[in-house]
Design a binder for this molecule. Structure first.
Ligand SMILES: Cc1ncc(COP(=O)(O)O)c(C=O)c1O
Length: 496
């Protein structure tokens, strides 16, 4: 396989063993003295312009930021410039960017070839006409070239919308009702999918406020990496509406935060075949990141439908799409009032020429530059360096990666799992653990603040995406910055 971003696959048992050691002890975090004396001082003295924007934004924007991942402690930093591996805030401070906008910028931020293509297009036709533009064909053909299983592709406005569309297609194609997702997985924020987010077994108990319970009537959740439980659910569903689809994040729930066996996806494929359900690969994160041919190439699995997002629009807005075999993807055929038996999808700005061309250019460039492999190598180097530092400072934190998706678990906030419990027990377990979960999450955010003050942008203090722009020098510089933080980590009495 060429342009593959994953060079090794860690045993999930080993990762889980290390995570258990982490969560069996009290929280380790940067000391109060360092946090108050150095980190908060950095924000006070060096981020005054960011603070002024945030203070005013709180008056006009719910929570002060428009994006969940921008909500950082002690206050969000306001960014103005992005280039390659680096971001610059409003006060002129420089950071190494391991958030990468949540995943889309695997070529590095503000990549010149994509920017130039976008500017040329804007000059000739503007961003949108609502009519056919050749860029739509170009991106569909390019995706098919990289992922032959994606025979047809319809570009939509976001990953969330694309998941919604895929479930509709699966129900039409199979005549079945139920959707099985894996606990902890994120498939966007549509009503029926805000179920078991982040914490397996949490069902509709944590994040589903404002969604009537009935919206989950046909959503089922199974334990991560557990094929027996999946088969049990498929069997049970035969008597209650049938399973339309099993949807998975192919490197494991929450972008691999819950590690899975390498053969897991093949197992899911066989079970879908056995029980007549469609298999949906949510490649919003993994598409054009873990390999040019996506996770489906890496795992050698043919899904029925593939969900796209993030990289698919090259870092531009309206990043989404559904693709797959003609017999399924064809069910989204366009047209007004067709009265056909089809999955209705839409979106005024979906597949606008700008997003389609930016996505096409990005995927072509990823192919030309071998970006998946380069970003994956950077992820390996970062993970190996982090592991060495954790050993050096005898810290129980856990680092592992799936290529350019790097996990750095400092507090165990992401490791709770209630999927073995039946519903009432799960609710009790969750309530009992809630304070502990909040405490571990607070500490994770405190670590995130410490990384930021040392010039490293992370995803919520626990995940790091590497890009092609992360040369060995960038990674080594990042490791120096991590060491500055790790030096100040102490064992606390929290969560004893
Ligand atoms: C695996 C996965 N699926 C779906 C989505 C939703 O995509 P979007 O944010 O474009 O709606 C995300 C977003 O992070 C994701 O990580």
């Amino acid at each position: 396989m060429t342009n593959c971003g994953i060079s090794r696959w860690d045993d999930p048992r080993d990762i889980n063993r290390r995570l258990k050691i982490l969560t069996d002890q009290p929280i380790w975090e940067v000391s109060d003295e360092y946090y108050e004396g150095t980190i908060l001082k950095y924000y006070d003295e060096k981020c005054a312009a960011s603070k002024a924007v945030f203070d005013e934004a709180k008056e006009f924007i719910p929570g002060g930021v428009q994006h969940n991942l921008a909500f950082n402690k002690p206050f969000p930093v306001c960014f103005e410039r992005a280039e390659g591996a680096y971001l610059y805030d409003k006060d002129g401070n420089q950071y190494i960017d391991f958030l990468q906008a949540g995943g889309p910028t695997i070529l590095g931020s503000n990549y010149p070839a994509i920017r130039d293509a976008a500017i040329d297009l804007l000059k000739s036709c503007g961003p949108v006409t609502g009519l056919l533009h050749e860029a739509e064909l170009m991106i569909a053909k390019q995706i098919n070239h990289c992922m032959p299983n994606v025979e047809m592709f319809r570009m939509l406005g976001s990953g969330t919308e694309s998941v919604m569309a895929s479930l509709r297609i699966a129900r039409i194609a199979t005549g079945n009702k139920r959707i099985i997702k894996v606990g902890g997985a994120y498939h966007g924020w549509s009503d029926q999918m805000v179920y078991g987010l982040k914490i397996p077994g949490s069902r509709n108990l944590l994040e589903s406020h404002g969604i009537p319970r009935k919206m989950f009537a046909y959503t089922d959740e199974v334990r991560p990496n557990d094929l027996d439980m999946l088969e049990g659910m498929l069997k049970l569903n035969k008597f209650r509406g049938g399973t339309a689809a099993v949807i998975v994040e192919p490197v494991g729930p929450e972008s691999g935060t819950r590690p899975i066996d390498k053969f897991y996806n093949k197992g899911v494929r066989s079970l879908c075949d056995k029980y007549g359900a469609l298999m949906i690969f949510d490649e919003v994160v993994t598409g054009f990141r873990v390999a040019l041919g996506g996770a489906q190439e890496y795992f050698d699995v043919v899904p029925d439908l593939t969900i796209f997002g993030k990289i698919v629009a090259g870092g531009f807005p309206a990043a989404g799409g559904v693709g797959g075999k003609k017999e399924y993807a064809g069910l989204m055929a366009a047209g007004v009032g067709t009265m056909k038996h089809r999955a209705y999808v839409g979106g005024t700005l979906a597949a606008n020429p700008l997003s389609a061309l930016a996505g096409y250019t990005a995927i072509k460039e990823i192919e030309r530059t071998n970006a998946c492999e380069k970003a994956g190598r950077a992820g390996d180097r970062l993970t190996d360096g982090l592991k060495q530092l954790l050993d050096k400072y005898a810290l129980p934190f856990v680092a592992y990666n799936q290529g350019s998706i790097v996990h750095l678990e400092c507090t165990g906030a992401m490791t709770f799992d209630f999927s073995s419990f039946l519903l009432p027990k799960s609710a009790i377990g969750l309530l009992r653990s809630k304070d502990m979960m909040i405490e571990r999450k607070d500490s994770m955010e405190r670590m995130g603040a410490a990384y930021m003050a040392n010039g490293i942008v992370t995803l919520a203090g626990s995940r790091l995406y590497t890009s092609m722009a992360d040369t060995d020098e960038v990674i080594d510089e990042a490791l120096n910055r991590f060491e500055n933080v790790f030096k100040h980590v102490v064992k606390t009495a929290k969560c004893e």
